[in-house]
Write a protein that binds this ligand. Structure first.
Ligand SMILES: *Cc1c(COP(=O)(O)O)cnc(C)c1O
Length: 355
């Protein structure tokens, strides 16, 4: 009997998440994981690491509450928003019975978190402009097994911002039946499009956030759920006792100080400018046949031959992310916005290979 046979059947069949970090390979310029191109220095006080941390460090909840204007009892902090996604699946879906609903192409972790927990994923293709297809979504919700609906705005990888009217229709139709999650991992790049103001009225709405993107702290592992206190209470039943280590709590709290928030906002401004300039220049290339109106720190481009562009760029040291095999994204490559000089280098490479 092999050890593998001892593992749950379901687990034997899983493949680990193919993160950008895992599949990226080695290069010179990393534009494949939507990370911030630059980090910030933080100093730590390690003298109290002999003690267990609080499950939900109060100073961190307060700092995130001050940043978002949300009361601390509506905030859950976790080991990245990926952990929040997993908690939502575990807390609201019965394994082997319930399902989640997504509208792919979207972030890959929703279905992976579901699958890991024995939960199936219902997939409903979006409309042509990458909005949820309302009648089809509502129809799929009728069968009653869908407990959590994951939407992403701005959506990874298309950058599309969710239409407020469609979300409101969904929220009205799902009240008391389905949890509606809006993943706002990139919201700092498009700050006027947050749905945070709907939390008061819709108690089944959950907004997920992270310090991994605009705050430049992907390596820290710190994310949040914003929701009604009742939902926060449910998630606290399934979270590990110490999800946020003491150094993470210290750095995250520091990153949310008014001074560091204003540094973050300046960085976001600069990245948005670099993105717009890069995108405008790419549109002049012959090899680029289409682009998306992207409201985050990446662009999604359609190439005449996306796979070739992706592999040529890789040989030249630019690690991008290929979406060619994803629904509706034939020949599409996602490019994270790096520093101005990284984007100049990449553009020059593309220009030299433009045919
Ligand atoms: C990067 C990303 C996340 C991951 O956030 P972590 O806080 O680093 O776990 C979540 N959602 C989307 C859409 C992302 O692109």
């Amino acid at each position: 009997m092999s050890i593998t046979e001892l593992a749950c059947k379901r687990v034997q069949e899983l493949t680990p998440y193919q993160s950008a970090r895992r599949i990226g390979g080695v290069g010179r310029v990393y534009l494949n994981a939507n990370e911030s191109p630059e980090g910030t220095r933080f100093d730590l006080d390690s003298t109290s690491y002999n003690r267990y941390p609080e499950c939900q460090p109060p100073e961190l909840l307060k700092a995130y509450g001050d940043y978002t204007g949300i009361n601390a009892d509506r905030i859950l902090v976790a080991r990245g928003s990926d952990e929040v996604i997993g908690l939502l699946c575990r807390a609201f879906c019965e394994p082997g019975k319930d399902s989640i609903l997504i509208c792919p192409p979207t972030y890959g972790m929703y279905s992976i978190a579901a699958e890991t927990n024995g939960i199936t994923t219902v997939k409903i293709a979006p409309t042509e402009n990458f909005q949820p297809d309302l009648p089809k979504v509502l129809d799929a919700l009728k069968n009653g097994s869908v407990k959590v609906l994951f939407l992403c705005s701005p959506n990874n990888p298309t950058g599309t911002v969710l239409d407020r009217k469609i979300l409101l229709d969904i929220l009205r139709e799902t009240e008391g039946r389905t949890i509606v999650v809006v993943d706002e991992a990139y919201i700092e790049f498009s700050p006027n499009d947050s749905f945070i103001d709907l939390l008061d009225e819709y108690r089944h709405l959950v907004i997920t956030r992270t310090l991994s993107k605009a705050f430049g702290l992907a390596g820290l592992r710190c994310g949040f759920a914003l929701a009604d206190p009742e939902i926060i209470g449910i998630l606290l039943k399934v979270i590990d006792p110490y999800p946020v280590s003491a150094p993470v709590a210290q750095v995250a709290t520091e990153a949310l100080s008014p001074e560091n928030v204003s540094i973050m906002l300046k960085r976001v401004d600069e990245l948005n400018r670099i993105r717009n300039d890069f995108l405008a220049r790419c549109k002049t290339l012959k090899c680029v046949t289409g682009s998306f109106d992207c409201n985050a720190n990446y662009v999604l481009l359609r190439f005449r031959d996306g796979e070739k562009l992706f592999s040529d760029a890789r040989k030249a040291g630019f690690i991008l992310r290929d979406f060619n095999d994803k629904p509706m994204l034939k020949n599409c490559v996602r490019i994270t916005v790096g520093t101005r000089s990284e984007m100049d280098d990449l553009f020059n490479f593309m220009k030299e290979h433009d045919e």
